[in-house]
Design a protein around this ligand. Structure first.
Ligand SMILES: [Zn+2]
Length: 209
């Protein structure tokens, strides 16, 4: 039996997907926007001992309900440094709250500065935003990829503030060298097998441009 279990709460509307990871420590990846009831239900049904919420990047569709979930579930929020800075300062220009009619107050987010957490490697994958991360479990070949790369050869947008196509290509190149079976992206469907093939397809698409 695998030591890691990932429960998916699929995004509805504009919301990102949110994942509940049961591992050495239990944690949520992203907080979504408008799907907090489903997230709380999933947490309660699995009776996990939640340790924290890790935000892959600053965008409102991933952090819209972060404050509410942090309070309801009594766990702290963490994000990689540049993303945490933007969220703490309530930088609407790059968090994009008003694009979705949401006012995101400055969030109480701690900086995720570890290289590893709960046996997942924290991979810095700039391109979609300057501080985006992915989480990778080498033993179980699991990748939680945020908005860097999706299933079926899609990648995150680079035309939003702090986005950079060249950096995204470098990040997807790095991810394509990992052995990935299960791919849990921030949008679109998750795949349980052959994740690496999806990432390589994404890299092929990027190289065309
Ligand atoms: Zn995004």
């Amino acid at each position: 039996m695998s030591e890691v279990t990932v429960h998916s709460v699929m995004g509805r509307g504009y919301s990102s997907n949110v994942f509940l990871v049961e591992a050495e420590k239990d944690f949520l990846v992203d907080a979504g926007m408008g799907i907090s009831n489903s997230i709380i239900n999933t947490v309660e049904e699995t009776s996990v001992d939640l340790d924290r919420i890790i935000l892959t990047h600053r965008h409102v569709d991933h952090v819209g309900d972060a404050q509410e979930l942090s309070e309801e579930l009594r766990v702290p929020l963490y994000a990689p440094e540049k993303e945490a800075e933007a969220l703490r300062s309530g930088d609407d220009q790059t968090v994009l709250g008003s694009n979705f009619g949401r006012k995101i107050p400055s969030l109480d987010v701690k900086t995720l500065d570890e290289d590893e957490y709960s046996n997942f490697q924290i991979l810095h994958t700039p391109g979609h935003t300057e501080g985006s991360i992915c989480l990778y479990h080498p033993e179980d070949k699991i990748l939680l990829s945020g908005d860097t790369v999706f299933s079926h050869g899609s990648v995150g947008r680079t035309d939003l503030p702090t986005g950079d196509m060249k950096e995204l290509t470098g990040s997807v190149e790095m991810l394509s060298e990992l052995k990935v079976e299960s791919l849990y992206p921030g949008h679109m469907s998750a795949v349980e097998k052959g994740g690496s093939d999806h990432i390589k397809k994404a890299l092929d698409h990027l190289r065309i441009f």
